[in-house]
Design a protein around this ligand. Structure first.
Ligand code: NAD
Length: 416
C-alpha cells in the first residue's frame, strides 16, 4: 500500500490531464484543476477519557467550487493524509460534475482510529474539527457528508456544533444526517443503489444475463455490504467477499445478511460456514461474472488485473483501479464502470437531502428512489454514449463528461 496518498493524487491528476488533452482544452484548464482551491490543515486537541490530552491532525479541502458549493465526505482513518484528501476532493468535483449536480468537490479527513475511541472522545474530536474548519463550511459554501468510519451520528454532531457557532439551526450544512434531523431514509443505501443500477445498465449493454450471475465484493464494509444487499434484487449470487481479516468463497452463493451477522460476531467474513478461505492475491482471479471493489484505493493493480476473469467491474470504492491496471483490463475487453459514476448514488441522495433542507420540505421515500434511478440511468447513458462515440474506455468517457461540464462552468464564470 503506497504511503502518503501522493500516488492517488498523481493518479487523479493523470486522469484529469488526459481528459483535458482529449478535449483540446487550453493549458490553463488543467493548471486550475490540478491543484485544489484551498486546503486547511488543522490540529484538534482532545481530552481523552483517561485525562490525557491527544492532538489529532485533520484536513478540509475544497478542490473546486466552479459548479456550486463544495461537497464531499469526511473520512476518519489512521492512514488519512493531505494528498489522499486532495485526490478524493478532486474525484468529488468530477463525480458531482458527471452526475449533473450543482456542487463542486471537497473532502475532509482526520487521521485517527475511530475503533479505539469512546463515543465521548469521538464526539469531542468531531466538535473540535468543526470549530477548526467552520470558516470553510456553510450550506452555500461547503456541505460535508459521511465517508469511511463516519456516520449519521457524526453528521448530527457536525450540524449541532456548526449551528452553535453561527447562532442558527443550519440543517443544510451537512448531509447524511439522522432522519429525525432532516436526513432522508434512503441515504444509507443510496451509494449501493447507484452501484447496483450501474451493474444493471452495464449488464444490459453487454448482453450479460443477471439471473444467477455470480459476483465478488472486495471490502465488505458499508458500501460493500449494502451493494451486496441490493444485488439480490437483480437475482445475482454473491460467491465471494473479503475484508482486512481475509476472504470467504462459496460457489453456491452466500446470503449477505448472514455474512454480515457472522462478520459482526467475529470481526471478519473469513470462516463463514460453508465457505473456503482465499488468499488476498487470488481473490480477484476467482471465476465470477461481476467484480465489485468496495474497499480502499488501489486494490486492483497491474499485477492483479491480468488474472481477473469477470466481464464487468463496477467500482463502489473511490479509486480502486490503478491506471496501469485499467490499461490491462481495457485490452482484455473487461468493462469497468468507474467510481465517479458507479459510487455517485450517495452524493446524488445528499443533493436531495440538501434541497429538502433548504426548502423545509420532505419527499416520499418512493419519490427519492425514482429520482435517484432516473439520474443514475441518464448519467450512465451519457457516459456510455461518450464511450461508444469517442471509442474510449468508460473511465475516460466519464472524465470527458465531467471535465467538460466543470471547465464550461469555469469559462462562463470568467475563470479561464
Ligand atoms: P468501510 O470502512 O465501511 O468498509 C471498508 C471495508 O474494506 C472494510 O470491511 C475493510 O475491512 C475492507 N478492507 C480494507 N482494506 C482491505 C483490503 N486490503 N482487502 C479487503 N478488504 C479491505 O468503508 P466504506 O464507507 O464502505 O467505504 C469503502 C469505499 O467506498 C471507499 O473507497 C469510500 O471512499 C467509498 N465510498 C463510500 C461511500 C459511503 O457512503 N460509505 C460513498 C461513496 C464511496
Amino acid at each position: 500500500m503506497p504511503v502518503g496518498g501522493t500516488e492517488w493524487l498523481e493518479m487523479a491528476r493523470e486522469q484529469v490531464k488526459k481528459a483535458c488533452d482529449m478535449l483540446g482544452l487550453e493549458s490553463a484548464a488543467y493548471e486550475r484543476l490540478k491543484e485544489p482551491e484551498k486546503t486547511l490543515e488543522v490540529s484538534i486537541p482532545v481530552r481523552m477519557d483517561d485525562g490525557s490530552l491527544k492532538v489529532f491532525t485533520g484536513w478540509r479541502c475544497h478542490h473546486s467550487t466552479a459548479l456550486g458549493p463544495a461537497k464531499g465526505g469526511i473520512r476518519y482513518h489512521p492512514g488519512a493524509t493531505a494528498d489522499e484528501i486532495k485526490a478524493l476532493a478532486m474525484w468529488m468535483t468530477l463525480k458531482s460534475s458527471v452526475m449533473g449536480l450543482p456542487f463542486g468537490g471537497a473532502k475532509g479527513g482526520i487521521r485517527c482510529n475511530p475503533k479505539e475511541l469512546s463515543q465521548r472522545e469521538l464526539e469531542s474530536l468531531t466538535r473540535g474539527y468543526v470549530r477548526a474548519v467552520s470558516d470553510l463550511l456553510g450550506p452555500l459554501r461547503d456541505i460535508p457528508a459521511p465517508e469511511m468510519y463516519t456516520n449519521a451520528q457524526v453528521m448530527a454532531w457536525i450540524m449541532d456544533e456548526y449551528s452553535s457557532i453561527r447562532g442558527e439551526v443550519a440543517l443544510p450544512v451537512v448531509t447524511g444526517k439522522p432522519v429525525e434531523l432532516g436526513g432522508i431514509p434512503a441515504r444509507d443505501t443510496a451509494t449501493a443503489r447507484g452501484t447496483v443500477l450501474c451493474v444493471r445498465e452495464a449488464a444490459a449493454v453487454l448482453g450479460l444475463g443477471l439471473k444467477g450471475a455470480s459476483y465478488a465484493v472486495s471490502g465488505f464494509g458499508n458500501a460493500g455490504f449494502n451493494t451486496a444487499y441490493c444485488m439480490a434484487e437483480l437475482g445475482c449470487k454473491m460467491v465471494a467477499c473479503s475484508d482486512t481479516g481475509g476472504a470467504a468463497y462459496s460457489p453456491d452463493g452466500m446470503d449477505p445478511v448472514e455474512v454480515l451477522a457472522w462478520k459482526r460476531a467475529r470481526g471478519t467474513v473469513r470462516g463463514f460456514p460453508g465457505s473456503t478461505d482465499v488468499p488476498e492475491d487470488e481473490f480477484f482471479a476467482l471465476p465470477v461474472d461481476i467484480l465489485i471493489p468496495a474497499a480502499l484505493e488501489g486494490s486492483i493493480t497491474e499485477e492483479i488485473a491480468p488474472g481477473i476473469r469477470a466481464k464487468l467491474v463496477v467500482e463502489a470504492a473511490n479509486g480502486p483501479t490503478v491506471p496501469s491496471a485499467d490499461a490491462v483490463l481495457e485490452k482484455k475487453g473487461v468493462m469497468v464502470v468507474p467510481d465517479i459514476l458507479a459510487s455517485a448514488g450517495g452524493v446524488t441522495a445528499s443533493y436531495f437531502e440538501w434541497v429538502q433542507n433548504l426548502q423545509g420540505s420532505s419527499w416520499a421515500e418512493g419519490e427519492l428512489e425514482r429520482k435517484l434511478e432516473k439520474i443514475m440511468v441518464e448519467c450512465f447513458s451519457s457516459v456510455y454514449k461518450m464511450h461508444r462515440d469517442m471509442k474510449v474506455s468508460m473511465r475516460e468517457a466519464a472524465f470527458l463528461v465531467g471535465v467538460k461540464r466543470v471547465t464550461d462552468a469555469m469559462r462562463l464564470r470568467g475563470w479561464l
